[in-house]
Design a protein around this ligand. Structure first.
Ligand SMILES: [Fe+2]
Ligand SMILES: [Fe+2]
Length: 187
């Protein structure tokens, strides 16, 4: 908890230093985030955390190695990768341990909810507002991005490892498959 609070402070300072606006998730997504701890527990909760952490982790590793990216951004990413490695290891172990104990009925619930969460997370990786900063219509640009095979491929790349891990642990499957496909994490 303390580490995540420091991460928020670190990213907020970086955003402030860059002079960019603080883009926020929509009100609906913020509200859904508050509801989540009430309806999710065990495997789906670890899974939700891992989808958020591992997708960003994969993109951050790309940024660290990209010399065309501003040095402070690369350094912040490097710090975050180091600390997240421990979180990811812990959450993966807890997920595997708790998933093995689910009943059949629980498993279906966890799969359905996790698919939905995967969809919501991937749809919120890029806030449509960012497109207005480069003079594009946010709604239209967002629609074009979602239909772009390169964009979809980038999402799939980000989720490659975590989706494989969740599949191994039985959490990717019916009745969640429609959402997984729409999230672009699975073809
Ligand atoms: Fe973090
Ligand atoms: Fe974390």
């Amino acid at each position: 908890m303390a580490e995540e609070c420091r991460h928020s402070t670190m990213f907020a300072r970086l955003i402030e230093w860059m002079g960019t606006p603080a883009y926020r998730p929509s009100r609906l997504v913020q509200r859904l985030g508050k509801v989540l701890p009430g309806i999710a527990y065990g495997p789906v909760m670890w899974g939700a955390i891992l989808i958020g952490e591992e997708l960003t982790d994969r993109y951050q590793r790309e940024m660290v190695n990209d010399e065309s990216i501003q040095p402070l951004t690369r350094m912040v990413n490097r710090i975050h990768i180091m600390e997240e490695a421990r979180h990811i290891g812990f959450a993966r172990a807890e997920l595997a341990r708790s998933a093995a104990r689910l009943t059949r009925a629980e498993l279906l619930y966890h799969r359905a909810l996790l698919g939905r969460i995967a969809f919501i997370v991937t749809r919120n990786l890029v806030t449509p507002e960012v497109y207005s900063s480069v003079g594009l219509d946010p709604r239209q640009a967002h629609r074009v991005a979602l239909a772009n095979p390169a964009y979809q491929e980038t999402i799939r790349y980000g989720g490659e490892k975590i989706v494989a891990f969740l599949t191994e642990n039985g959490l990717v499957g019916a009745p969640g498959m429609f959402c997984w496909r729409r999230s672009f994490l699975l073809p």
